[in-house]
Design a protein around this ligand. Sequence first.
Ligand code: CTP
Length: 400
Amino acid sequence: MANTLTGKHILLGISGGIAAYKSAVLCRELIKRGADVRVVMTPSATRFITPLTLQALSGHPVQHDLFDAEAEHGMGHIDLARWAELILVAPATAQAITRLVHGQADDLLCATVLASSAPLCVAPAMNRGMWDNPATRDNIAVLHERQVHVLGPAEGDQACGEHGPGRMLEPEQLAEQVELLFADAVLQGVKVVVTAGPTWEAIDPVRGLSNRSSGKMGYAVAQAASRAGADCILISGPTRLTCPQGVTRINVSSARDMAEAVQAEMNDCDIFIAVAAVADYRPVTPQDEKIKKDSEYLNLELVRNPDILASVASGEPRPYTVGFAAETRNLETYARQKLVSKQIDLIAANPVAGENSAFDSDDNELLLIDKASTLQLPRASKPVLAHQLIKEIAKRYGSR
Ligand code: CTP
């Protein structure tokens, strides 16, 4: 693994939730990537995992008491706040998030965060009901406004036996996200428009044609573009995802809505990335009233939707244009055909068959194809892959 965090000062803050046991692995993941890690714990975190464990892993004394005169004599909370180049609170419990939002300073972790001007990341970890509670939602909205990086949470089985959103991201995923935050601003001042998610083609007011796209890859691409300094517009079909920080989202439903929204942004667009799984066809005449099942057969007449990517590539002014190709077989051949037929600059092809399918998965792999080259980006999490893709796009865009 490359030492992408070499010499970076990362302050790992641990608050008191069951996910605290994973912070030991997170500490190691950060160190493995070259970071110099110091750990601060809240008193309740010490009930889930011992400071001694984190001290052994980080190689530094672990502090958890604001009023520990001896510790303050060493590296006190103000020194720690100055030392940190990035603060990562993981896990960030509902309580820790509330305290951070309110700027409380009566424990060492919150006092250090308050005193620091380093970028702050929080990795929420809580029961799904707590995560969905309006109090937490409001707190998260405040963190977003303050440009705090909210990493996760993931969805899945929870320690309390429930299933849903609120799980802390896995240590490796968190370390990857931290790496991306230290990445270069390769698209500073560049306007990037990204389409994402499925489209919804109405049959009647309650039914429609859509597909299995989750939108995760498109959202990850928009986030990576924004983190690379781009002014990023995300034009999204219906998904359950939250808009990445720093990105402006325009919600659309049908392919024609998406086409219109894209055209409206094309005047000053530098790079267009079409990740959306746009429906190729739509019903010719969507019904105003719900269709009743009063006949044995029902014929649905469909008509082709506009090809958004192809029309951007043939338009004027023409941005650097990137398409996606999801294929179940002959990945490279079909993708190269699309590159030529749609006259685009770069195509990112991904397999959607078998166990490596990108559908609804958190991982993906990409084959990047342009006129001159083919480059394999091996299987990785979508945020990591999106970051690599953005770097490749920036390289090609810069040398046009
Ligand atoms: N695309 C688009 N507008 C459409 C259809 C697709 O912008 N109406 C974009 C997608 O966002 C993606 C690329 O085109 O970047 C996919 O190409 P496409 O030929 O539509 O893929 P498939 O529908 O899978 O093609 P085929 O059925 O020919 O395999």
